[in-house]
Design a protein around this ligand. Structure first.
Ligand code: ATP
Length: 215
């Protein structure tokens, strides 16, 4: 079973990396693909270039063979609709291979606004990386989806191609790329929030040297 984890990765940091490993190990995934988006659909655009974000990601995971950087959204260009990405995986892997899409709890909250969320749910299992405590969904439609699709059994995920929602409590690291970019723009150090090698690349290339607008 393969996992997919999309994000801006602007830059990739220990929050992303730790939860990726948490889920990889918990679900015993054969591999986990990390997919930097080209152009965001629902948020402001990345600051670093696609090449820089991809290079930082590759560097961050170079010693972890089951974490794989996947550049298909960058190569495709334009707005990165998750559905297009999932269809490209289905073309590659076939209709029956179980596929898991990892989303953070914050991203899951906004899931009803994604492009064609029902089609997404029909194509993959959604793995929600949450904080300790009961899963909640503010949106009534999403609560209903959870009620009908939820499983707590990893074996159920392996038993079908997609369609389930699974909650997994991951390591809580209060790290965001926004904070890292801000610290760099202020000339302060974000060290220990991200791998040293990624920080060195961000500094060398002056990816985030310009002060950012408030998030
Ligand atoms: P930004 O601060 O620019 O919004 P970010 O740090 O939230 O960026 P993204 O690349 O936008 O990072 O996140 C990609 C995915 O990783 C999202 O699903 C998000 O919920 C999740 N994520 C980001 N940071 C963390 C973290 N510290 N712990 C767990 N999940 C995270």
């Amino acid at each position: 079973m393969i996992g997919l984890f999309g994000g801006t990765f602007d830059p990739v940091h220990h929050g992303h990396l730790r939860v990726a490993l948490d889920v990889l190990q918990h679900l015993n995934l054969a591999q986990l693909r990390l997919l930097p988006l080209a152009a965001a659909v629902h948020r402001r655009q990345p600051i670093a270039s696609p090449e820089q974000r991809m290079a930082m990601l590759r560097t961050a995971i170079r010693d972890e063979p089951l974490l794989i950087a996947d550049d298909r959204e960058l190569t495709r260009g334009g707005p990165s609709y998750t559905l297009d990405t999932l269809r490209s995986f289905r073309d590659e892997l076939g209709a029956t291979a179980p596929l898991c899409l990892l989303v953070g709890a914050d991203a899951f909250d906004g899931f009803p606004d994604w492009h064609r969320p029902v089609d997404i749910l029909d194509l993959v299992h959604l793995i929600v990386m949450q904080r300790p405590g009961a899963p909640t969904a503010r949106d009534a439609w999403l609560r209903d989806q959870v009620e009908h699709r939820r499983t707590d059994d990893p074996a159920a995920l392996r038993g079908r191609a997609g369609g389930h929602i699974y909650f997994h409590t991951v390591t809580q690291l209060d790290i965001s790329a926004t904070r890292i970019r801000r610290l760099l723009a202020q000339g302060r150090s974000p060290r220990y929030l991200l791998p040293d090698a990624v920080l060195a690349m961000a500094r060398d290339n002056r990816c985030y040297a310009v002060p950012q607008a408030p998030a």
